[in-house]
Design a protein around this ligand. Structure first.
Ligand SMILES: Cc1cc2nc3c(=O)[nH]c(=O)nc-3n(C[C@H](O)[C@H](O)[C@H](O)COP(=O)(O)OP(=O)(O)OC[C@H]3O[C@@H](n4cnc5c(N)ncnc54)[C@H](O)[C@@H]3O)c2cc1C
Length: 378
């Protein structure tokens, strides 16, 4: 795995796979690396928003995802406080699909586009060398060195030795597991309770993905059962309707995952090189749009990387244009996403806000829209 590549992409989640696919499509020699073995379960609501669709199509991922038989989702249901849920339609075709199935399916497409995909290979250091970069890797017990003209960091939002993010810096923990025995309509459901929120989406194969973002402090003394599923069931105990919904549910073995996510308020487009996906921008998970943002940042970045590799842009121009593009597209949705998350952290507002939203249904639709990226400009 030595030799000089045009681009090395570090991290093969949604952002990294999209960047690798876009650049391989441009004829560049791309190496996509991930520390994990796939398939793997990853903390995610597994709700793929309608906004993702056109980008997945543009990348050529549509067929691969359709072949997994995802569940079509027609609306979102919000449970905050008591009373009936607030329902918001999801025009444009949202789907529920597990990361366990989807990520390897995307890797297969990236390979078909002639990029090299190396999993179980962690990048341990990246340094500038000459006109490009030198990457150090670890695969099993073996170390290796790779050279690339350009590097894209797509290592996600959790702690990584390549980012400055430390687990202790985040007040949150994210957990997920698949459950059986949960009755679901074709909808994504969000439950807000003191100390966090939890989303449920049916996924392919009949299971239901349950994922939550929890305040570490609020759950510090929780007498939760073991693992992520234990924390999810403990969270369910804090919301009567959620508790009833999960009363007959059982976690599916081997589907649990946990992460300590870093929800930064502003995009961090560049460190020593370009970042995409959660490594660059993390919208609060309640918006259910992180994957769409990962796709958009990857597409934006890949287009500029192409200019750099062709020699029509300097690296500095790539950096500046990328920062500007992210700022103009992402600032609004990030601001609204953080505002909504702050609102949900105040249980005393549940009654008045839900009453208002039920009386003026256009309000929640507008609010949802405000957390979305505008026209992806494809
Ligand atoms: C609780 C929760 C619920 C969410 N729900 C939703 C939802 O319903 N819908 C939605 O769209 N988004 C949701 N998100 C957000 C979504 O999961 C992320 O935005 C998306 O996964 C970002 O993709 P990514 O490629 O940037 O990172 P990831 O998918 O996290 O991929 C990063 C990859 O990098 C690899 N990596 C890390 N370090 C290295 C290294 N040194 N060397 C090699 N590889 C490395 C990791 O193994 C990993 O596979 C949710 C997030 C949370 C926390």
């Amino acid at each position: 795995m030595s030799g000089m590549r045009d681009v090395a992409v570090i991290g093969a989640g949604m952002g990294g796979s999209a960047a690798a696919m876009a650049l391989a499509g441009g004829g560049w020699e791309v190496l996509l690396l991930d520390a994990r073995r796939f398939p793997r379960h990853k903390v995610c609501g597994e709700f793929l928003s309608p906004e993702s669709r056109s980008m997945l199509d543009a990348l050529g991922f549509r067929e691969a995802i359709a072949s997994l038989c995802p569940v079509e989702l027609t609306r979102a249901k919000l449970y905050w406080g008591g009373g009936p849920p607030l329902e918001v339609p999801l025009p444009g075709g949202a789907i529920g699909v597990s990361r366990h199935a989807m990520d390897p399916a995307l890797h297969a497409e990236v390979r078909r586009a002639r990029a090299e995909v190396c999993t179980e290979t962690a990048v341990t250091a990246v340094r500038r060398e000459g006109q490009g970069y030198r990457l150090e890797t670890r695969c099993g017990g073996e170390t290796g060195v790779i050279h690339a003209r350009a590097v894209i960091g797509a290592w996600g939002g959790g702690p990584s030795r390549l980012s400055a993010v430390r687990a202790a810096d985040s007040p949150y923990v994210g957990v997920k597991a698949h459950f059986e025995g949960v009755a679901m309509e074709p909808a994504v459901e969000l439950f807000v309770f003191p100390g966090g929120y939890l989303g449920m989406a049916p996924v392919e194969g009949g299971g239901v993905n349950v994922a939550a973002l929890l305040d570490k402090e609020a759950f510090a003394g929780a007498a939760a059962g073991p693992g992520a599923a234990g924390l999810l069931l403990e969270a369910a105990g804090r919301h009567p309707q959620l508790k009833a919904k999960l009363a007959a549910a059982a976690p599916l073995p081997g589907t649990e995952a946990a992460v300590v996510p870093n929800l930064r308020r502003r995009p961090q487009a560049w460190g020593d090189f370009a970042h995409v996906g959660d490594a660059c921008v993390t919208i609060p998970p309640l918006c259910g749009d992180g994957m769409s943002m990962a796709l958009r940042s990857a597409l934006l970045c890949a287009r500029l990387a192409d200019g750099f590799l062709r020699g029509s842009l300097t690296e500095e121009q790539w950096r500046r244009q990328y920062e500007r593009g992210l700022r103009s597209e992402f600032s609004g949705p990030l601001r609204w996403g953080h505002l909504l998350q702050a609102l949900f952290a105040r249980p005393s507002l549940a009654g008045p806000v839900m009453r208002l939203a039920r009386t003026v249904p256009i309000l929640p639709e507008r609010l949802l829209h405000a957390t979305r990226l505008r026209d992806a400009g494809l």
